[in-house]
Design a protein around this ligand. Sequence first.
Ligand SMILES: Nc1ncnc2c1ncn2[C@@H]1O[C@H](COP(=O)(O)OP(=O)(O)OP(=O)(O)O)[C@@H](O)[C@H]1O
Ligand SMILES: [Mg+2]
Length: 356
Amino acid sequence: MYVTKVTLNNFRNYADKTFSFKEGLNVIVGPNATGKTNLLESVYMCGLGTSPRVSRDKDVIKWGEKGAYIHLELQTRFRAHTVDMYIDGKEKKRVAIDGIPITRLVQLIGTLGIVFFSPDELKLVKDAPVERRHFMDVSLSQQSSKYLFALSRYNAVLVRRNKLLKTLPPGENLKNSLNVWDIQLAEEGARVIKARYEFTRELKNFAAQKHAVLSGGKESLSLEYESDAPDGSEKEIADTLSQKLFMSYDKDCALQYTTVGPHKDDIKISLDGIDVRKFGSQGQQRTAALSLKLAEISLFKDNMGEEPVLLLDDVLSELDEGRRKTLLSETSQYQTIITCTEYQEDISASNIIYTK
Ligand SMILES: Nc1ncnc2c1ncn2[C@@H]1O[C@H](COP(=O)(O)OP(=O)(O)OP(=O)(O)O)[C@@H](O)[C@H]1O
Ligand SMILES: [Mg+2]
């Protein structure tokens, strides 16, 4: 799929501006602080509903204005779609797909597939497990609404269970109340864990290929899903979770939160058998993160029949020449929107957008 047009009204530094995009490589070129990342951000928001940079929607409204509006047009294998998003900072943002308003933001997910990469994405490899879980959740949710719903139900039950652990004193009353939630927690948790095992298994092959190409065959990357529950059928995973929830009763009471479940899981990323999360060099971590994102695109294509749109913010300046060339030849196969401060000769783009 690919984005064909974006119109921004009072979005960040843009008062009223329309941009056209083409298939293949689109390069946004301009000096610092001219709105390159802002433009990528608007595309990201139409795909995933939220900004990759800020948690408060109203930050994207042009200073001094009442509301921001994004209109995006895209083309899939089968047909064209539009996404309209209006953010006024007071109410929930309003979104329409093909002109029809949606009632819940989750309905947006899947319309425009997005894979986003910025220097900040190093955290995917380097930071706490929550970053890697977020990566799996965003990717899986775009590919499967079943996953998205299981995850939101799991999170809702988890919030309630944690609230009980905080408010009720340990005892029979708490135990009985937890039991009610634990059945549901184990069932939804098993759905989430099972899907993540499959995701990691499939991603692993693609990521190994991508990393071999990016590193010139020098390093071998491997992935492994790490969970409280071993890989098995949904029923087996649910049974393990139930048991572990039961066993962790004292610990959960003492800590006042749930210590077992997919919200504690992780992906182990190794290079030649060494844990890159802890021991990788900065360059190795960056390349591993990029390999994961490129693998995500291949996996998306496998499951959905077409590639998502790849957004690359400030990535080129961080890579050596070899990796840059490899990345650009890889990404010209589908729509990639990339930002850089200077137009580089070695990029053969299908479209160049100057922000100044
Ligand atoms: N809500 C807002 N209203 C108006 N202007 C804003 C708002 N938020 C950010 N800006 C401005 O937008 C400018 C451009 O930001 P952006 O991050 O897109 O720049 P950039 O072209 O990506 O720069 P760099 O090359 O440094 O990454 C910033 O300098 C900031 O002043
Ligand atoms: Mg920027």
